[in-house]
Design a protein around this ligand. Structure first.
Ligand code: SAM
Length: 279
């Protein structure tokens, strides 16, 4: 199913599986950068869902606590952890995604992923002819609690970044070697597995230029889209889940709000050429 839920000269959001979005972007002439936070591995999804329990929880009402014995800081709260409502990806899903999207992206491809799939992203991006960097840590202290109580919580996800091998990109500039979520920038996110707008604004700023067209084919609540719009980029997002795509459309309609609110209004024809016209 493909439907335009929001379209303006600076952003589009489609209810679309990534393959359908790729056709749309290809027809428009491609994108300048791709930022994606696609589903993680089966191990991460299973670990999350096994931990869906009513007692020690994350979310809006979470509070930071320190374990008196180990000194570890973690979050606890009153909310029930929500189950993940989309399927995990395998290395072959990653391979198919990268081989379809890489030729459509003129600049950086940035993927946020778990430690299990980071290697698959690295290999696929390199096989697509790109220069791929060692994965960057994204460290969000207190973001998850290991309810089994048998060892460390997982507070790090990995960002695999790759660029074309051309001269222009060799002169792009020196970028941070990782990201640490500042206190107060987390909070409850609109979809399970979503990322804070703070992180996505950093990545948009570092991996694209003003006026660029940024694409996120698994955009969830549209964090990348809102971040790109806030930073003066054009943006196009798609998600296969209607509930998520509708959130993204609502956020694209008001990107300066802290999150998606209500329904997007004024959905227009995504075939309008202006979004894809180079700036
Ligand atoms: C980790 S979430 C993205 C969260 C997003 N970065 C945010 O901050 O809200 C992954 C998203 O990928 C979507 N997804 C999974 N498989 C997909 C597919 N084949 N095509 C498009 N979207 C897909 C899911 O519905 C989910 O919204």
């Amino acid at each position: 199913m493909t439907a335009a839920l929001f379209a303006s000269p600076s952003a589009q959001v489609l209810l679309a599986e990534w393959r359908a979005l790729a056709e749309h972007v290809e027809a428009g002439g491609g994108a300048d950068a791709l930022l994606v936070d696609a589903p993680y591995s089966e191990r991460t999804h299973t670990g999350h869902d096994d931990a869906v329990a009513p007692s020690r929880l994350d979310g809006e009402e979470a509070r930071m606590r320190r374990d008196a014995r180990t000194g570890a800081v973690y979050s606890v709260g009153l909310n029930r952890r929500r189950a993940i409502d989309y399927s995990a990806w395998t290395p072959s899903d990653v391979g198919a995604f990268v081989s379809r999207w890489s030729p459509l992206v003129r600049g950086w491809i940035v993927s946020i992923t778990d430690h299990e799939l980071a290697r698959a992203w690295e290999q696929a991006l390199t096989a697509a002819g790109r220069y791929t960097f060692a994965p960057l840590p994204y460290y969000a202290p207190g973001s998850r609690v290991r309810l089994a109580g048998d060892g460390p919580s997982n507070w790090t996800t990995w960002i695999v970044v790759s660029r074309p091998r051309s001269r222009d990109f060799q002169r792009w500039g020196t970028l941070p070697g990782g990201y640490v979520l500042p206190a107060g920038q987390g909070g409850k996110l609109p979809v399970v597995g979503g990322k804070p707008i703070w992180l996505m604004e950093q990545l948009v700023e570092h991996y694209s230029r003003p006026g660029d067209l940024v694409v996120d084919p698994c955009c969830g609540a549209g964090t990348t889209i809102a971040a790109a719009m806030r930073r003066g980029r054009r943006a196009i997002g798609g998600d296969a889940l209607e509930e998520h795509a509708r959130l993204a459309a609502a956020w694209a309609a008001n990107p300066n709000l802290p999150g998606p609110r209500g329904e997007a209004t004024g959905a227009a024809d995504p075939a309008q050429p202006s979004l894809f016209a180079p700036r």
